[in-house]
Design a protein around this ligand. Structure first.
Ligand SMILES: Cc1ncc(COP(=O)(O)O)c(C=O)c1O
Length: 389
């Protein structure tokens, strides 16, 4: 970035290298245009399916009225930590291994800041959730990409092994994945575990879609592989599975010693998440209840969206989990994804995301668009009407 800040200071001498290196999403203009035209937004992951549980809203409002308006325990309200721990496949001690954060977004930054020194390499599987790059940049890390193999986005063992070296400090995973919907298999996680053990590398495993896995699958966490425990940090979120992305509640799971370190960074970044919302989440009983099953509702949205995209002639493999589909567009257009996205907005009043932002070299993403399917039935009806007209 060159030029001057509004205050008249030259940008280079009055801003940090890490801030200058952050890339904007580049999609703001499209979002504003889509909003101005009242287009159907299938771009961002903001959920309208499932619906926010009414019991949580009532519990949060009650917490506000009951005076829960001051600082909470910075590591997270005790009952919420206990319930998060109980919701995991393998036991975690809520006192020493779970920390509530301001969304997974803060959790990711904390995990990277607590692990990576400037100049360290951080392995990222590609295609990737675009915020990984920003968080790595903030920590001063250098991303090193391991391309997954389309169309099923499998991990190539040789490419994985070749990426590890003496400068590798961490690997960032995302299972189920944004944008592909793939979950990493036990074999793939084991391969990663082996390489991490050999090189002493930390795994930062973004599992924000753990509650949204389909077709009878059980979410497989890096924390479920016992030998990975010393190397693993799990990043979780309540945003999508409870439809409370605006509440900004996420969490970190790690062994006790690493948790002490993570908590030191968390104390500096936010010193805790919003107290009444933590009470709302814990008091409603949604996390500990068996009756909350967003995946069974969401899988119907996935199937509907997949039918629609296939009827348009797009190619998409079936997501194992999450709330996104990555669809191949080569069969329907000679244009690249940015042009095709613009065409869908202009001609069909539907906004999706070009695949270019999920790849280190945008050219590799030009053949894909990402479509969010966590939408209420009326939104999916309207999308069908516009896209299949
Ligand atoms: C893979 C992934 N990680 C993290 C986040 C951010 O989650 P949160 O809302 O908890 O900050 C998202 C949101 O879309 C995501 O897709």
């Amino acid at each position: 970035m060159t030029g001057t800040l509004a205050e008249g200071m030259p940008v280079r001498s009055s801003s940090s290298h890490r801030a200058r290196n952050l890339l904007g999403s580049g999609l703001t203009e499209l979002f504003l245009l889509a909003r101005a035209r009242g287009a159907i937004d299938l771009a961002v992951g903001t959920p309208s399916c499932p619906q926010t549980p009414g019991a949580m809203i009532a519990a949060a409002a009650a917490a506000l009225h009951a005076g829960r308006n001051q600082y909470e325990d910075p590591w997270g309200e005790a009952d919420l930590r206990r319930q998060i721990a109980l919701s995991l496949n393998t036991p975690a001690d809520p006192a020493t291994e779970i920390t509530v954060t301001v969304g997974a977004t803060e959790a990711l930054c904390v995990a990277l800041l607590a692990t990576v020194d400037p100049g360290d390499e951080v392995i990222v599987l590609e295609p990737f959730y675009e915020n990984f790059l920003g968080a790595i940049t903030l920590a001063g890390g250098l991303p090193r990409f391991v391309p997954l193999t389309p169309p099923d986005w499998r991990l190539d063992s040789r490419a994985l092994t070749a990426a590890f070296g003496p400068r590798t400090r961490a690997i960032v995973l995302n299972t189920p994945s944004n944008p592909t919907g793939r979950t990493l298999s036990f074999e793939e996680l084991n391969e990663i575990a082996e390489a991490c053990e050999r090189w002493g590398v930390t795994v930062i495993s973004d599992e924000v879609y753990a509650g949204l896995v389909f077709d009878g699958r059980v979410h497989l966490s890096i924390a479920d592989i016992p030998r990975m425990r010393p190397y693993g940090i799990v990043v979780g979120s309540l945003s999508k599975s409870l439809a409370i992305s605006g509440w900004r509640l996420g969490f970190l799971r790690a062994g006790p010693r690493r948790t002490q370190l993570l908590r030191r960074v968390h104390e500096v970044t936010t010193n805790g998440a919003a107290a009444p919302l933590q009470y709302g989440a814990s008091q409603a009983g949604v996390l500990r209840g068996d009756w909350w099953d967003p995946a069974s509702e969401l899988v119907r949205c996935r199937d509907r969206m997949q039918r629609t995209l296939r009827a348009m002639g797009l190619q998409c493999s079936t997501p194992d989990g999450g709330c996104f589909l990555l669809a191949g567009i080569s069969a329907v257009t000679g244009a690249g994804a940015p042009e095709y996205v613009r065409q869908l907005l202009d001609e069909r009043a539907v906004l999706v995301v070009p695949g270019t932002g999920f790849f280190a070299d945008p050219a590799r993403g030009r053949a894909y668009i990402r479509v969010a399917f966590n939408r209420a039935p009326d939104v999916l009806d309207a999308a069908d009407r516009n896209l299949l007209a």
